[in-house]
Ligand binder design. Structure first.
Ligand code: NAD
Ligand code: MG
Length: 392
């Protein structure tokens, strides 16, 4: 029986993963090792009971008593805190879903690679902050990383049976998010509620706001570069409001292979869960005649400066991705807290990169996870200082 763990089980990706695990037989089909979550311990406990998990871990120490109470009599162990998350990752599992949000997801996923199984990677921050390190760790332990971002799953599927040397370009699509059609001058006054309203995908709040600013697509550019090893110049972003074509791969003969599907993350999660086979998935089927047409346009650089920043990060490489992600997380937190405006986020990220570039050579490759985490912490401090200056 296949053993599984889900990090970030109570989030948007985590819930979709749980749904598929239950539909594919639940505890009769999978031996669940660890499930982790945050403050929603009632939901974490319910999932752990349903799947008969060995251990349930909340990221917050103060939530442990509630988690214990919710698991009473279930036989599921309860644990809390960052060290417990790593301990959960040390428990061998054949298939591990990495769906914690943010840089916090890096260390548990990295640790799980040691077992040489499959890491289903939704946590794009892992590739953005530490791509080469993560891939080297996987290779060292004979582990496999399968992409769970919809665009990267689409590219992966379009590449099946193909020679990567024949790839001319990779095109990832973007819905354009909440502000795709807003007049530019209105963006500076955009509120958190307005940015949290995605036109096509139902996702967690943070990635939804990142879709409106295109920081999500910026991260995905870097993710594409790291995961597939293609040159930045070969990667394009195309705005596609319908979110039906998730990515396209162009080959040397001019052929473009597109991946189409309903905007439902259970598609990419289910592909990673059943790979190399395809299993029936409960996703809506497309009715192309009813859709009538699909549209595409080039992204507007003034509306979405994050895309240009991602290109700079891909040029710098090394630790630049860790700085970019950390600054982006601080900028997003500050926007959500009402401290900075929507259009200030890109300036903050750019300012943080500029400051960090002069301090150290960001192009130096990270040689350890600690180095990445230290750079992450430094970049957060720089970004927070920049916000402090702006408020004065
Ligand atoms: P979410 O906010 O809905 O859920 C995040 C999960 O991580 C929750 O279980 C939460 O409790 C946990 N978590 C949050 N902070 C944590 C911390 N500091 N330590 C430990 N656990 C913590 O996020 P999501 O939308 O499901 O996204 C998860 C990841 O998948 C992200 O990296 C995101 O970019 C990626 N992703 C999401 C989608 C989507 O449709 N939601 C699509 C593609 C990629
Ligand atoms: Mg995506």
């Amino acid at each position: 029986m296949r053993s599984i763990s889900v990090f970030g089980a109570t989030g948007s990706i985590g819930e979709s993963t749980f749904d598929l695990l239950m539909r594919q037989g639940g505890r009769a089909a999978f031996r669940t090792v660890a499930l982790t979550g945050g403050r929603n311990v009632a939901r974490l406990a319910a999932q752990a009971r349903a799947l008969g998990a060995e251990v349930a871990v909340t990221a917050h120490d103060d939530c442990l008593p509630d988690l214990r109470a919710a698991l009473a009599g279930s036989g599921v162990e309860a644990a809390a805190g960052a060290a417990a998350l790593l301990e959960a990752a040390d428990r061998p599992a054949d298939w591990v879903m990495s769906a914690i949000i943010g840089a916090a997801g890096l260390a548990p996923g990295f640790r799980a690679l040691r077992h040489g199984g499959t890491l289903a990677l939704a946590n794009k921050e892992s590739l953005v902050t530490a791509g080469p390190l993560l891939l080297a760790e996987a290779a060292r332990h004979g582990a496999r990383i399968l992409p769970v971002d919809s665009e990267h799953s689409a590219v992966f599927q379009a590449l099946a049976g193909e020679d990567i040397a024949a790839v001319e370009r990779v095109i990832i699509t973007a819905s354009g998010g909440a502000f795709r059609d807003w007049p530019l001058e209105r963006l500076a006054r955009a509120t958190v509620a307005e940015a949290s309203n995605h036109p096509t995908w139902a996702m967690g709040q943070r990635i939804t706001i990142d879709s409106a600013s295109m920081f999500n697509k910026a991260m995905e550019l870097i993710e594409t570069r790291e995961f597939f090893g293609v040159n930045p110049a070969q990667i394009e972003v195309l705005v596609h409001p319908e979110s039906i074509v998730h990515a396209l791969v162009g080959f040397a003969d001019g052929a473009l292979m597109a991946h189409l599907g309903a905007p439902d993350m259970r598609h990419a999660i289910g592909y990673a869960l059943n790979w190399p086979l395809r299993a029936a998935l409960p996703v809506p089927r497309l009715d192309l005649a009813a859709l009538g047409q699909l549209s595409f346009r080039a992204p507007d650089p003034l509306r979405w400066p994050a895309l240009r920043l991602a290109r700079e990060v891909m040029e710098l490489r090394g630790l630049a991705g860790a700085v970019f992600n950390a600054a982006k997380e601080v900028a997003l937190d500050s926007f959500i807290a009402g401290q900075v405006g929507f259009m200030d986020m890109a300036g903050l990220v750019e300012g943080t990169i500029d400051k960090m570039v002069t301090r150290q050579s960001l192009g130096n490759a990270a040689t350890s996870l600690d180095m990445v985490l230290q750079t992450d912490a430094e970049a957060r401090a720089v970004a927070r200082a920049l916000i402090g200056q702006e408020k004065d």
